[in-house]
Write a protein that binds this ligand. Structure first.
Ligand SMILES: C[S@@+](CC[C@H](N)C(=O)[O-])C[C@H]1O[C@@H](n2cnc3c(N)ncnc32)[C@H](O)[C@@H]1O
Length: 491
């Protein structure tokens, strides 16, 4: 066992340590390895379960406890104990094939020297990841770069390879580096402990190029020595049309074509053409800054400093948030009154007293409050024309703001920019094409939820009832069901 550096014991989530089920391990190794003499790499070998399937294999792992397990179960096979990217930068070793399951560590934790080494290495090999990338993409690029010409790799990948912005440079790199690249999209989970779905990635013929990603769609993982036959090939130009995403290819071709026909027409409108979508305000201490009507009365906070707020997506039922709705919230004594202080001067005594309470002392210690001056003025509070829920099972709701409310960052604030009436926008939002567009432009979040970021919302296509036919509407409704099934919502 070669020791590079000792990694402290950390939680499974922090280091992306979720070990792969044995049938998946055996399937990937049996495809990647052609001959007994093939030298195989697992760049993040965990407890060594990929390595035990093939005698001529080499593992890298930073967790010393896992390395001890691997060493014992592989009877002295070569394990490089330490950080993969710094090893990959230095090693002269080259491999016939690679198999494994890269750690899935989000950018907030994939940081410091490890990320710097990873991004530097990837750039050198032509894959330009941004600093917001998760670890798994750079792991795959750095692994591919250690293959001999003609080499193969077979890996478990998070299903976000179908939609994450950092999947695009990875897919581009794979097409520029391999004669064939195949993704197997698997609908049912095969990692019970993960909320994220996983797919499989196979690539062969390192050192050549191909013009597309072959895709197989399957309901469940079945042990196999080769991937299921591809159902389609998403070419580079196909991918370009779908913002570089593979996920829309989960739809039948009739639905994709019908959608593109409308989305690409000169009459097509996107939400970003008629509205600006922004996140709502961030208080840093929601419970402190939002008061119940009874609490505001008791504290004698002046009414002019309190503003009714939409606190979360649950408030967005129906077509509009109107004065009746706000009155109902007030009567139910909901904590919906934002303490909206605009500057440091002339604070009434009642407000000063509230800021000095124990809750106020705690609130001012939160990260957001500590980093603004004065701590009690919540920035970016505006009264938008409408609200968009951005995390939901059924799909995002778009609702008119008919009561002059403000909103927290649990919903998006929507400002009309191009003269379209809000009531018209709400009407268009309910059409099957637009609801399908939310699925295509948004992304699954696990647990059946769909999330729509502001930049994704801007791309959502607004259907015009006059322009789609009954036949198209039926296709879009079926397609909507398909996309929801893939994100485990509604059976
Ligand atoms: C998803 S697990 C996969 C383990 C094994 N290949 C499997 O599939 O069962 C990822 C492993 O990567 C290791 N790891 C995370 N970051 C690493 C790094 N920068 N260098 C080396 N190993 C790392 C973790 O300790 C963890 O054991």
């Amino acid at each position: 066992m070669l020791a590079i550096a000792r990694a402290p014991a950390r939680s499974a989530k922090a280091v992306g340590a979720y070990y792969t089920p044995e049938p998946v391990v055996r399937s990937l190794v049996s495809w990647a390895v052609h001959r007994q003499t093939d030298r195989m790499l697992d760049p993040a070998c965990g407890d060594g379960r990929f390595l035990v399937c093939h005698a001529n294999s080499v593992g890298v792992e930073q967790d010393p406890d896992a390395c001890t397990t691997v060493y014992a179960r592989t009877h002295g096979r070569l394990i490089h104990q330490g950080e993969f990217f710094s090893w990959a930068e230095r090693t002269q070793e080259r491999f016939d094939c690679a198999a494994g399951n890269p750690p899935f560590i989000r950018y907030q934790r994939f940081s410091g020297a490890t990320r710097d080494a990873a991004l530097r290495l990837c750039r050198r090999h032509g894959a330009a990841f941004s600093a917001l990338t998760s670890s798994w993409g750079p792991f795959l690029v750095a692994t591919a770069a250690l293959l001999r010409r003609g080499g193969r790799m077979a890996f478990v990948v998070p299903a976000e390879i179908g939609h994450a912005p950092y999947a695009a440079p990875l897919l581009e790199f794979m097409m520029n580096s391999f004669a064939g690249v195949q993704l197997v999209a698997i609908r049912e989970k095969f990692f019970s402990e993960l909320s994220e779905d996983c797919w499989l990635l196979y690539a062969q013929g390192f050192g050549e190029q191909c013009d597309g990603i072959s895709l197989s769609l399957t309901d469940r993982f079945d042990p196999c020595t080769k991937p299921p036959a591809a159902t389609l090939v998403a070419t580079r130009s196909d991918l370009e049309k779908w913002s570089g995403r593979v996920r829309p290819f989960l739809l039948p071709s009739t639905a994709r074509e019908a959608y593109r026909h409308i989305a690409d027409s000169q009459h097509s409108i996107r939400l970003g053409d008629v509205a600006r979508v922004r996140i709502g305000y961030v208080t840093g201490a929601n419970d402190f800054f939002h008061l119940r009507p009874s609490q505001a009365r008791r504290l004698q906070i002046p009414r002019r400093l309190l503003h009714p707020a939409v606190r979360n997506g649950k408030c967005l039922a129906g077509r509009s948030v109107d004065t009746h709705r706000v009155r109902a919230w007030m009567e139910a004594d909901e904590p919906i009154l934002l303490l909206r202080l605009r500057d440091a001067t002339k604070l009434p005594e009642a407000v000063r007293d509230y800021l000095d309470t124990e809750q106020g002392q705690q609130a001012r210690q939160t990260y957001k409050c500590r980093n603004r001056k004065p701590w009690y003025v919540v920035p970016d509070v505006t009264v938008p024309d409408g609200f968009l829920s951005y995390m939901s099972g059924e799909g995002p709701r778009l609702v008119e703001n008919a009561a002059g409310c403000v909103c927290t960052n649990s919903v998006h604030a929507l400002r009309l920019t191009n003269g379209m009436a809000m009531s018209r926008l709400v009407e268009l939002w309910a059409t099957p094409l637009t609801r399908l567009s939310c699925e295509i432009e948004g992304h699954p979040l696990g647990g059946g939820m769909l999330k729509v970021e502001p930049r994704e919302a801007a791309r959502i296509v607004l259907a015009d009832r006059a322009r789609d036919t009954a036949w198209q509407r039926e296709i879009f409704c079926d397609a909507l069901t398909t996309m929801k099934r893939w994100r485990h919502y509604g059976g």
